[in-house]
Design a protein. Structure first.
Length: 377
């Protein structure tokens, strides 16, 4: 397999439209890296530049140490799996998987060996004589992946391959692709707008917005140490809550004033909030870090009103509102809530995040940098 390096890669379209702006990414050998972000963020364009399907405007692309900017796609030794499967409808599954090898004039016996081996790995041997129209969406996706496997590429590229599948099938296919990565010990780059896919599958996530890389790191590092408000809100489901609070000082202690309640930050965070006394900041807290208080709260209690109750089996998602701001909490299903109830939650303040109101950058950047050195991601 291979290491992939993007050094200052940009894609500029007519009219000076920057679809990708100065991307610097290293995909290590055998890594599963996921590019994630909202529609139009540049993630698919970046993948297509790696594949050679888009010209690189600025920067350099290396695969296995070799400069690839001007190398045709067919000579890059990569294989791409598309969102729409891109299967030939008139060919059988076997012929779809064998087609690329026949074009390269690989010996018939070797083609047969590779096709059957890939079909075995993907559990589609019984479908080799069928045509794509006789297959389900998940089976077609396996065929598309099998067509990539038989080529023995240095790098596998996946462009939103599960977006056409129903929710239940997406979950099972995520697990299958993760297992496939382990079985093949392959270098894989995967594009999705679904942060759940990114969190569950990736060794490393690249978060993008408006053509720019926002943050790169392991799923849990990005979850626990987002560099800015965008990453904090994009990674996690339901997303992080953001409340506007005013930082003040009472009796020598930092206090966060929401208007309808006050919170005392964790001691480790208070030091970084002191320079914001008299200013507003974004207070971020994840839904699972809001603890329901049946006894009425106490210190750091947040009185809120229930606006929507979403029972999910083991958990309940509660859509809430303070006197002025909405938020969502995740709590255990044995509690009983009704729309209109006024209840109390206690945020786990050691889990809270804080963001500058103007720049939206993390106020706890020094803590994050220290954690980054420890984890290496």
């Amino acid at each position: 397999m291979a290491k992939v390096e993007l050094k200052g890669i940009s894609k500029v379209y007519e009219g000076n439209v920057r679809a990708v702006d100065n991307a610097n990414i290293v995909v290590e050998d055998k890594e599963f890296v996921v590019f994630v972000g909202p529609s139009g963020c540049g993630k698919s364009t970046t993948l297509r530049m790696v594949a050679g399907l888009e010209d690189i405007t600025e920067g350099e692309l290396y695969i296995d140490g070799e400069l690839m900017n001007d190398v045709p796609p067919k000579d890059r030794n990569i294989a791409m799996v598309f969102q729409n499967y891109a299967l030939y409808p008139h060919m059988t599954v076997y012929d779809n998987m064998a087609f690329g090898l026949r074009i390269k004039k690989v010996e018939k016996s070797e083609i047969d060996r590779r096709v059957h081996e890939a079909a075995r790995i993907l559990d589609i041997e019984k479908f080799l004589d069928r045509k794509p129209k006789a297959l389900s969406g998940g089976q077609r996706q396996r065929v598309a992946v099998g067509r990539a496997i038989v080529r023995n590429p240095k790098v596998f590229l996946f462009d939103e391959p599960l977006s056409n599948l129903d929710a239940k099938l997406r979950v099972s296919m995520r697990a299958e692709l993760s297992k496939l990565h382990l079985d093949l010990n392959a270098t894989m780059i995967y594009v999705t707008h679904d942060q759940v896919e990114a969190m569950t599958m990736a060794n490393k996530i690249v978060v993008m917005k408006d053509g720019k890389i926002q943050q790169i790191g392991s799923p849990l590092f990005l979850y626990n140490h987002p560099v800015n408000k965008f990453v904090a809100g994009f990674i996690g489901s339901p997303p992080m809550n953001f409340l506007t609070v005013k930082v003040s000082e009472e009796g020598g202690s930092v206090v966060l004033d929401e208007g309808s309640f006050k919170l005392k930050p964790a001691a480790a965070h208070a030091e970084y909030l002191k320079k914001y006394v008299g200013k507003e900041v974004f207070f971020g807290i994840r839904p699972e870090d809001l603890a329901y208080s049946e006894k009425g709260g106490g210190e750091n209690a947040m009185p809120v009103k229930v606006t929507v109750v979403e029972p999910l089996g083991a958990d309940i998602h509660l859509w809430l509102s303070t006197a002025t701001q909405p938020l969502v909490a995740r709590t255990e299903s044995h509690h009983v809530f009704k729309v209109g109830d006024t209840i109390n939650f206690n945020p786990k303040m050691e889990k809270a995040r804080y963001f500058d109101k103007e720049t939206e950058l993390s106020i706890l950047a020094e803590i994050d940098a220290a954690a980054d050195k420890i984890t290496g991601l």
